[in-house]
Structure formats: structure tokens, C-alpha cells
Design a protein around this ligand. Structure first.
Ligand SMILES: [Zn+2]
Length: 259
């Protein structure tokens, strides 16, 4: 190789390495030295100011990203209030076993958001919003289904269907995270398969109507879809089997009321 070419080649190499080190140095440079600050009219129109800022951002080397002022965070108030839905639909694309009478559009016939149980307690027919019915109460083949099943996507918070006192709260292999509430008048409800129990949902706790119990889930020792299993239980809890000595009833056996 002729000497001139070698020298040229070396020159290029030196130049290249100089260039290669350039960006790092530029990045390290403080932003204010990257561009001389220009005097701005104090009362510039906001749109002009914005345009100018954008222009400067465009001109600015990759180094100093222009960080726009952070807007204040939007805070969505979390409410514990619960208003049961005025309509209940049989979930689409499946056959709902033991379904209550329904209309052509799969809404439950004559549905109202509450039922009057044993003429003693006014109870939310469905204690969760935006849910559809996947299964009714009664025999399913060899097994007796002691409640109704409801699904919502995304999973929703399950609420106390009426005021009452928690008599059972915890985890069981069959019911997962579950709560049994004594609503008075010999009327109880059980909500099962919750993701977890809300703080304060413990045996002995007094709950208002609509109190959050836990989010609908699929807890159990076996594999099940995410849903709420909701039982209405009648009788005297003071029996040797406690909640398992109560009589399960279909919530749809009771008259619908507005509340
Ligand atoms: Zn069930």
C-alpha cells in the first residue's frame, strides 16, 4: 500500500475516533450551554411561547430533552357506595342452568334490583355491578348448587347485599375466600370465591348495606372460572353445623322489589 494512502487512512481513523467521542461529550454538556438563551418578551402569547418552545426543542441537540411541565394528577374518588343494577342478563354464549324466567333479550323477567326475603330482609338480588348470570340455583346433574353464579369482566367488587353482621369470614378449600353475613330475621348470605377479603371483613364485624367484601375471584382448591357464588340461607345459625345447617334458597324465589 502506498504511503499516502496509509497516512490518509490513519487520518480518517483519527477523525473517526474524534467523531465517535463527540456525542458523549455533547450529552455531558449542561443543557443551558448547548444553546444560548434568547431574551423572550415577557408577555408572549401562550401559543407563540409554545411554538417557540417546540422550535427550541426541535433545534436542541439530542442531549437535553425538553421536559414539559407535569400536569397535576387526576384523582378519581373511590366510592364505596353501591347501587345494584336495575337489570340482570343471562350471560351470552352459554346455556345458563336453572335460569329464572327470562325475556327474548336474555334479561331476567320482572327483575328488580332487590328481593324481599322471608318478609324480613330487603336484599340486593345481585350484590355486584355489571355482572351476568352464569348459573342458577338447584340440581346440576348429581350436585345441588346452593346459590347462583355471577360473572363480570373485569371482575368487580362484591358488596354486602343488606346490612348485617359477619358470622364467617376466611378461606375454605371449597368456597375459597368467603363471607357469611347474618342479615337478621333468620336470613343469611354467603359470597364465595373472592380474590381476598377487604380489611375489616372479619367475624363479628357489623357491615352496612353495600359494604365492600372483596373482588370477585376464583379462589378454591380446584380450578374454576372467575365468578361470584352467592347464596341466600335461611334458618337459625345456632345449630351444630352453623352456616351448613341453614337452608339454601334461590334468590329468585323471592318477590322482586325496588328497594
Ligand atoms: Zn356457584
Amino acid at each position: 500500500m502506498p504511503m499516502r494512502s496509509m497516512t490518509y487512512g490513519l487520518g480518517v481513523l483519527v477523525l473517526l475516533s474524534a467523531c465517535a467521542s463527540q456525542p458523549e461529550e455533547t450529552e455531558a454538556a449542561p443543557p443551558e450551554t448547548a444553546e444560548p438563551s434568547l431574551p423572550e418578551p415577557a408577555a408572549a402569547a401562550p401559543d407563540k411561547l409554545a411554538a417557540k418552545t417546540a422550535e427550541r426543542a426541535a433545534e436542541a441537540p439530542v442531549v437535553a430533552p425538553v421536559i414539559p411541565p407535569t400536569p397535576p394528577p387526576v384523582i378519581t374518588p373511590v366510592s364505596d357506595t353501591f347501587t345494584p343494577d336495575p337489570v340482570l342478563t343471562l350471560c351470552p354464549t352459554l346455556t345458563v342452568r336453572n335460569a329464572p324466567p327470562s325475556n327474548a333479550d336474555r334479561t331476567v323477567a320482572g327483575y328488580k334490583p332487590f328481593v324481599r326475603v322471608e318478609d324480613a330482609v330487603t336484599l340486593a338480588a345481585v350484590p355486584v355491578r355489571s355482572a351476568c348470570l352464569t348459573s342458577g340455583f338447584g340440581w346440576r346433574g348429581m350436585n345441588f348448587h346452593k346459590g347462583i353464579d355471577l360473572q363480570s369482566d373485569p371482575a368487580q367488587m362484591v358488596h354486602a347485599g343488606a346490612a348485617g353482621t359477619v358470622v364467617e369470614a376466611g378461606y375454605r378449600d371449597d368456597y375459597g375466600y368467603h363471607v357469611v353475613i347474618d342479615h337478621g330475621g333468620g336470613v343469611y348470605t354467603r359470597s364465595a370465591h373472592l380474590v381476598s377479603l377487604e380489611p375489616g371483613v372479619d367475624a363479628g364485624a357489623a357491615l352496612d348495606f353495600g359494604a365492600p367484601l372483596g373482588v370477585m375471584g376464583n379462589t378454591a382448591s380446584f380450578s374454576i372460572p372467575i365468578h361470584l357464588h352467592y347464596e341466600v340461607l335461611i334458618g337459625d345459625y345456632n345449630n351444630p353445623k352453623a352456616s351448613f345447617g341453614l337452608t339454601p334458597r334461590s334468590v329468585f324465589d323471592y318477590p322482586f322489589v325496588d328497594g
